[in-house]
Each structure stands twice: as structure tokens, then as C-alpha cells.
Design a protein around this ligand. Structure first.
Ligand code: HEC
Ligand code: HEC
Length: 382
């Protein structure tokens, strides 16, 4: 039962959920078209507990359940839901148990921890539908920790200020002047989701400050990720998402914004506040500096820089959800020069219910991109 092998590869990019007393729900923001993001109970038929959160957070919560319990979507839902979104509304024993567990967890946190969200599904389950009753002897004597890095940290003693590491990063990319002079890119490349058997062609359009649109021409239909500088959406075929155009909200929106800023990092220091530096750590066997900051809506984002090259190799970000912190990780690699600036030609986004790899092949710097590219996408052609 180990595995992140979900029947549906949700392209929802993130995380979230709801509400312990100390963590107010992130209520759907208005997007740039002036529309309010619909709440889960307005879109779905049988939501009894996870009310008052936008659809992207609701779906991320489902990812959190799956990851915490090591279950597929259909393990808690009826088999027919795999091919029909409306059947997710049907109840069964496991789904009812999951509802009781949400109430139990809220009550544990409220009664014992002043409402702080310190106990989550993952605290007990750790990838098992039946939590371990005994400590594992294998784990006890193993050196593998297996824990996600990027927990909120304080400035570590003896570590350089974040400013210094970020300056070094800008230097490694080609220097602030060149970085600032690169103001747009268009690119072609490949996209591959976790359960895809083959790569699909992608196009990317990006313009400073932080506008980005990526479209993948996947076998089941086009998938579009758009960020217009303020709002973000994912348009995907019905096989991938419960709604044709999903609004990205709250702390997850902050995360999408940060990922877009990384394409044009001249203003990276302004992208987050309350910067702090942690102790260096090993990522893929290489020593890495860790800096962390806080996003506009109070999310946590951690940037990991290779000590030797100074380049950004990993971004880890969290958003809140009613059941636990939702983690998204982006791994950057294959840096190549574009207009004198080093740019990652490959990155992999991993979250609780999916993993996607983007690879660029041809990149054109400083071309004019029509603003309409960054408008709210139309539903996907299938
Ligand atoms: C641990 C059990 C569990 C897992 C795993 C799980 N769900 Fe759920 N799901 C629930 C529960 C419980 C609800 C009802 C929530 C409520 O009443 O607030 C629900 C509700 C839903 C709904 C709303 C249905 C409606 O119309 O009312 C959808 C859609 C959904 N889940 C999709 C998914 C997907 C997709 C996955 C896999 C990524 C998934 N679920 C994994 C327990 C689970
Ligand atoms: C305090 C520990 C604890 C926490 C926290 C916890 N669970 Fe559980 N859960 C258990 C235990 C123990 C069992 C097994 C009970 C048994 O064996 O009868 C269980 C069983 C379940 C089952 C039934 C699994 C099966 O085999 O069919 C589901 C579904 C479930 N939990 C969902 C959740 C969800 C969703 C959350 C978070 C909202 C959660 N649990 C949080 C302890 C916990």
C-alpha cells in the first residue's frame, strides 16, 4: 500500500485546508476578472465538514488524505468515481470514518494544544491506513529520516544572513544587471505528469514581473497553467480536474507567484519577508544553503542553494489546510545560459497528489508577448 499512485493525476498545484481554531480558513480570493472563487460546498454535492474553503484547497485536502493514509482516491470513494466526478459524492464506510477522524483530530488539537494544528492525519497514519501500534525496529536503526525538509525555522546561529546567499545566487546567474535585462522568454519543450506514459509538447510564455503561462498538449487534452501577476488558474480536461478552470487561491497562489518570480529573479529579495537562514543540508549528496521566508498570506517558502555553484536547486513551500500543512516542492536542474543569464531548463514539481516534470528545449529571450497570453484560460479543448 505504499505509494503515491493515484488513479487520477490531479494537476491541482498545491495545497491547503482548513481549519483549526488557530488557522483561519483562507477564503477564496477574488481573481482579476472580479469573480469570487466558488467554495467546495457550492461545487460538490455532499460536503459536510470541509465547508468554506475554495475548490483548490478542497482537492489538495484530498491529496493530503491520500498521502497520509497511503490510499488511492477510490479507496475512500466508490469505484465508479474514477470515471465519474459526481460519484465522489457517494458515501461508504471509509469515507464516513475519514469524516469522524477529522472531527477527532480537531478535538485533539483543541483540547490539548490550544487549537494549534500539531496533530494531523499524518501524525498517526504516516502512509498506513492502520497506524503502527509499535515503533519500527528497522526505522529505529536506519539512518534515513524521510521527513520533508522546510519546516518553519528561525535564523540559525553562525549562518550568513539570507541577503548574502541571495546576492551570491544573483551573481551565479550572471549578475544583477544581466538578470534585470532579461524581461521575457518564450520556450518550447516537454511535459510529463506522474502517471503519463510519454512526454507531451509544451509551450511557455513568461514576462517580468512574474507573468507566466505554460500549456501542455497532453494526450487527454490541453492543460494550461496561467499566472497573470495577481491571479492563477489551471485549465485541464475532465479526466484531470473536477472543474474546467480551477482558481488557485490563498497561500497556494503565493506559491505560484513565487515560482513565477524565480523566472525573473532580479527582485527575489522582495518576493518574501522575514528572511532567515537555516543550517546547510545535503540535497542529492551536495551541500546546500537553506533560506526561508514568509509569503504575503503567511505561507512558508524555503529556497535551497547549491553551496558550490550558488544556484537555486530546490524550492519547498507550504500552504495551510484544515487537516494539515500542504507541501509542494520544485527541483530545478540543467541550468543553461539565455542572454547571458543562467536558467533552469528542467524542473520537477512534486506535491501530495502528483508530480510533473517540465523540460525546455528551445528558449527565445526578450521577445514581445501579447498580454492576452496571460488572461484567464478558456476550458481545455479535448
Ligand atoms: C481517507 C479517505 C479519502 C481519500 C483517500 C480521498 N477522499 Fe475524497 N472525500 C473524503 C471525504 C470524507 C469526503 C467528504 C468531505 C466532507 O464531508 O466534508 C470526500 C469528498 C470528496 C469529493 C466531493 C464529492 C461531493 O460531490 O460531495 C471529491 C470530488 C473527492 N472527495 C475527491 C477525491 C479525490 C480526487 C481523491 C484522491 C486524490 C480523494 N477524494 C481521496 C475522503 C477521502
Ligand atoms: C490519533 C491518531 C490518529 C489520527 C490523528 C488520525 N487517525 Fe485515522 N485511524 C487511527 C487509527 C488508530 C485507526 C485504525 C482503527 C482500527 O484499527 O480500528 C485509524 C483508521 C482510519 C481509517 C480507516 C482505515 C481503514 O483501514 O479502513 C481512515 C479512513 C482514517 N483513519 C482516516 C483518517 C483521516 C482522514 C485523518 C485526518 C483527518 C486521520 N485518520 C487521523 C488513528 C488516527
Amino acid at each position: 500500500m505504499k505509494y503515491p499512485k493515484y488513479l487520477l493525476a490531479f494537476t491541482v498545484c498545491n495545497v491547503v485546508l482548513a481549519g483549526s481554531a488557530a488557522t483561519p480558513y483562507v477564503i477564496g480570493s477574488q481573481d482579476t476578472t472580479g469573480q469570487r472563487s466558488p467554495m467546495a460546498e457550492e461545487v460538490f454535492k455532499n460536503v459536510q465538514i470541509l465547508k468554506g474553503i475554495p475548490v483548490d484547497q478542497f482537492m489538495s485536502t484530498m491529496g493530503f488524505f491520500s498521502a497520509s493514509l497511503g490510499l488511492n482516491c477510490t479507496d475512500c470513494h466508490v469505484e465508479e468515481s474514477a470515471s465519474n466526478w459526481t460519484r465522489y459524492a457517494d458515501d461508504n464506510a471509509r469515507k464516513q470514518m475519514a469524516r469522524r477522524m477529522m472531527l477527532m483530530v480537531n478535538s485533539i488539537n483543541k483540547t490539548n494544544f490550544a487549537g494549534r494544528q500539531v496533530v494531523t492525519c499524518n501524525t498517526c497514519h504516516r502512509g498506513n491506513p492502520r497506524p503502527n501500534v509499535m515503533p519500527s525496529l528497522d526505522l529505529l536503526y536506519s539512518s534515513v529520516s524521510g521527513d520533508e525538509p522546510g519546516d518553519p525555522i528561525q535564523q540559525a546561529s553562525g549562518q550568513p544572513p539570507a541577503d548574502q546567499i541571495l546576492d551570491r545566487y544573483l551573481q551565479a546567474l550572471g549578475g544583477l544587471q544581466r538578470v534585470a535585462a532579461l524581461t521575457s522568454v518564450t520556450a518550447k519543450g516537454n511535459y510529463m505528469a506522474y502517471d503519463d506514459v510519454e512526454k507531451s509538447p509544451l509551450e511557455m510564455y513568461a514576462r517580468a514581473p512574474g507573468h507566466r503561462m505554460i500549456i501542455s498538449h497532453s494526450h487527454s487534452g490541453d492543460i494550461t497553467w496561467t499566472f497573470d501577476g495577481r491571479s492563477a488558474w489551471i485549465a485541464a480536461p475532465a479526466t484531470d480536474k473536477p472543474v474546467p478552470v480551477l482558481d488557485i487561491t490563498g497561500q497556494d497562489l503565493d506559491g505560484v507567484k513565487l515560482e513565477s518570480e524565480v523566472s525573473f529573479p532580479a527582485r527575489i529579495k522582495q518576493a518574501l519577508t522575514n528572511w532567515r537562514t537555516g543550517f546547510p543540508t545535503l540535497i542529492n549528496g551536495r551541500e546546500t544553503n537553506i533560506v526561508q521566508g514568509t509569503t504575503a498570506n503567511g505561507g512558508t517558502a524555503t529556497l535551497c542553494f547549491d553551496v558550490e555553484t550558488g544556484l537555486l536547486v530546490r524550492l519547498v513551500r507550504f500552504s495551510n489546510s484544515p487537516v494539515g500543512r500542504l507541501v509542494t516542492r520544485v527541483d530545478y536542474s540543467d541550468y543553461r545560459e539565455v542572454a547571458g543569464v543562467k536558467m533552469p531548463f528542467k524542473w520537477t514539481v512534486t506535491w501530495l497528489d502528483g508530480r510533473s516534470t517540465y523540460e525546455l528545449m528551445s528558449v527565445q529571450p526578450n521577445v514581445a508577448i501579447d498580454t492576452s497570453r496571460f488572461a484567464k484560460p478558456a476550458p481545455s479543448r479535448q
